[in-house]
Design a binder for this molecule. Structure first.
Ligand code: NAD
Length: 308
C-alpha cells in the first residue's frame, strides 16, 4: 500500500529535500510549515502543502491521523535565534515536539525527528559517540536533548516508536544564505559568488563535520524504514555525521579554490561560545541504518554551484 507521510518543516532546507525524495519514491506527502524560515518555492508541486504552525494541536491531529509516519523537522533551527527568543523557541522546539510524540503514540505511527550534534555541547573527545556525555550549552541544544528524553519516556510509557537523528553540520543546495543565521557554507558560498570578502570568526581552526544534505535525507528514509520494520516501542538515536574533520580555514580555502581563488579572506573576533571541535563517530549510523555518508566536501560544494 502506498505510504502517506506528514513532514513538518517541509519547506525548509532539509525538509524540502526529504519531501522531494519521498514523492519520487511514490509516497504521498503532506507538508506543514509556517514559512518562518522555509520557502514555498522549495517545495515540489506534488506535495500537499498546509501553511500552519506545529503548535496548532487540532491541525496536527487532523493531518496525522491519515499518515503512516511523521518526519518532524520543523524547528527554530538557529542557536543564536533560540537564545534570543528563548521561550518562544522552546514552545516550538520542545512543547510542539512532545505534542507530536503524543499524537504519534495515539495513532500508533512512527516518528523520525531532527535532533542535533548541539546536544553534546563542548565535547571533551572526538569523534563523538552517541553514548558520550550530553552537556548542551544553549537553549537550542537543551530542547533537542529534551526531545530525546521525552522520546525515551514515550517509548517506556506510551509505546512510542521514534528515531532521533543527531545531525552534524548539514549543507547543500537551498540552504538560505541570506538569513542572519545561515550555515557557514551557505554564507561563504554567497560571498565567493558575489566577490565580497569573507571574515572568519577567530583563527579558523574550529573543526566541523560537514554532511551533504542527500546523506542526511538518506538517514531520514532509513530511520523510517527501520521503525516500520520494528513494530515494538523504540526510542532510537544516531549521529548523522561523516567522521571527517574539516577546519573552517580549510573550508574557506576550498570555497575560494572552487569559485574565486583571489577571494579576500580576513580574521575577525572569535564568537563567544563557539564550539571548537565537533566531529561525530558514524559507526552506529552504519551499524543500525547501514549508511556511511559518502559525499565528499568538494563534490557537495560543486553540487551547490550547479543548483545555484
Ligand atoms: N541544517 C543543519 O545543519 C542542522 C543541524 C542539526 C539539526 N538540524 C535540525 O534539522 C531540522 C531542519 O533544519 P533546516 O536546516 O532544514 O532548517 P530550516 O530553518 O531550513 O527548516 C525548518 C523549517 O521549519 C519551519 N518552521 C519553523 N517553525 C515552525 C512552526 N512553528 N510551525 C511550522 N513550521 C515551522 C520553517 O519555516 C522551516 O521551513 C531542524 O529541526 C533543525 O534544528 C539542522
Amino acid at each position: 500500500m502506498p505510504k502517506r507521510y506528514l513532514v513538518t518543516g517541509g519547506c525548509g532546507f532539509i525538509g524540502s529535500h526529504l519531501t522531494e525524495t519521498l514523492v519520487a519514491d511514490g509516497s504521498s506527502v503532506v507538508v506543514l510549515d509556517n514559512l518562518s524560515t522555509g520557502h514555498r518555492d522549495n517545495l515540489t508541486n506534488s506535495a500537499e502543502f498546509i501553511v500552519g504552525d506545529v503548535r496548532d494541536h487540532k491541525l496536527l491531529s487532523d493531518l496525522a491521523k491519515d499518515c503512516s509516519g511523521i518526519f518532524h523537522l520543523a524547528a527554530i533551527a538557529s542557536v543564536p535565534k533560540c537564545t534570543q527568543q528563548w521561550h518562544d523557541s522552546h514552545s516550538i522546539n520542545l512543547s510542539a515536539s512532545v505534542d507530536i510524540f503524543e499524537m504519534a503514540a495515539e495513532c500508533d505511527i512512527p516518528v523520525v525527528y531532527a535532533s542535533s550534534s548541539a546536544i553534546y555541547g563542548d565535547a571533551k573527545r572526538t569523534p563523538i559517540g552517541e553514548d558520550d556525555p550530553k552537556h548542551p550549552i544553549s537553549p537550542y541544544g537543551a530542547d533537542k536533548y529534551a526531545m530525546e528524553l521525552h522520546a525515551t519516556a514515550g517509548a517506556r510509557t506510551r509505546d512510542l516508536r521514534s528515531f532521533g537523528l543527531r545531525f552534524f553540520n548539514i549543507y547543500g543546495p537551498r540552504q538560505d544564505p541570506h538569513s542572519p543565521y545561515a550555515g557557514v557554507i551557505a554564507v561563504f558560498m554567497r560571498h565567493a559568488l558575489a566577490g565580497t570578502s569573507i571574515t572568519i570568526h577567530g583563527d579558523g581552526e574550529q573543526i566541523r563535520d560537514f554532511v551533504y544534505v542527500a546523506d542526511a535525507v538518506a538517514a531520514c528514509h532509513a530511520a523510517m524504514g527501520h521503525l516500520h520494520d520494528r513494530k515494538a516501542a523504540a526510542a532510537e538515536v544516531s549521529n548523522v555525521c561523516t567522521g571527517q574533520a574539516t577546519s573552517i580555514r580549510t573550508l574557506v580555502n576550498s570555497v575560494a579554490d572552487l569559485i574565486r581563488p583571489d577571494l579576500n579572506i580576513s580574521n575577525g573576533p572569535a564568537r563567544a561560545g563557539d564550539i571548537m571541535i565537533s566531529v561525530g563517530d558514524p559507526s552506529r549510523l552504519n551499524r543500525i541504518l547501514g549508511l556511511q555518508p559518502s559525499t565528499s566536501l568538494s563534490d557537495g560544494l560543486r553540487s551547490i554551484l550547479t543548483h545555484h
